[in-house]
Unconditional design. Structure first.
Length: 140
C-alpha cells in the first residue's frame, strides 16, 4: 500500500512539474511575440548600445551624436542587404526573422563620422557595429 502511495505522489509531482514548465515556456513565447520593437525609444536604444564597447567609445568621443535612422529589419530587408552593393557586412550572419533586428545609424553633428549598428532584440544586445567616415564632395 505504501508503495502505491509513493508512486501516486511521484506521478502527481511529475505532472505538476511538467505543467509548470509548460506554463513558463508558453508565457515566455507569448511575451516575445507581443514585444513590438517599433515602440522602442531612443533612450532604450542608447541603453542597449551602451553595452557594447565600440558603441560606447563612439558615444564618448561624439557626445553630440544623434540617431539619424532606425530601420526594423524584415527577412526581405536582410536578404536585400546581404545581396546589396553597400554595407553587406552589416547583414551577414543575421537570422532571417522578421522584427528581430533593428539597424540604427548614428552620426555626429558635423556629419563626418558615423556608426552603423544592428541591435538584436531577441538577445537585447548589439550584433554588429561599424564605424564610418562620411565624405562630402562639393563644387565651388
Amino acid at each position: 500500500m505504501k508503495k502505491n502511495a509513493i508512486y501516486f505522489y511521484a506521478i502527481l509531482l511529475a505532472i505538476v512539474l511538467i505543467a509548470t514548465a509548460d506554463f513558463f515556456i508558453y508565457n515566455q513565447k507569448s511575451n516575445e511575440e507581443s514585444y513590438n520593437i517599433s515602440n522602442v525609444s531612443d533612450q532604450q536604444i542608447i541603453s542597449i548600445l551602451s553595452q557594447n564597447s565600440d558603441a560606447v567609445e563612439y558615444i564618448k568621443n561624439h557626445p553630440d551624436f544623434r540617431i539619424q535612422n532606425k530601420t526594423i529589419l524584415t527577412k526581405d530587408a536582410i536578404i536585400a542587404g546581404q545581396n546589396g552593393v553597400n554595407f553587406r557586412e552589416v547583414y551577414q550572419e543575421l537570422d532571417l526573422q522578421d522584427n528581430r533586428y533593428m539597424r540604427v545609424d548614428l552620426t555626429n553633428v558635423a556629419g563626418n563620422k558615423g556608426l552603423i549598428t544592428v541591435i538584436d532584440f531577441k538577445t537585447k544586445g548589439v550584433s554588429k557595429v561599424y564605424g564610418i567616415l562620411l565624405l562630402k564632395a562639393g563644387i565651388n
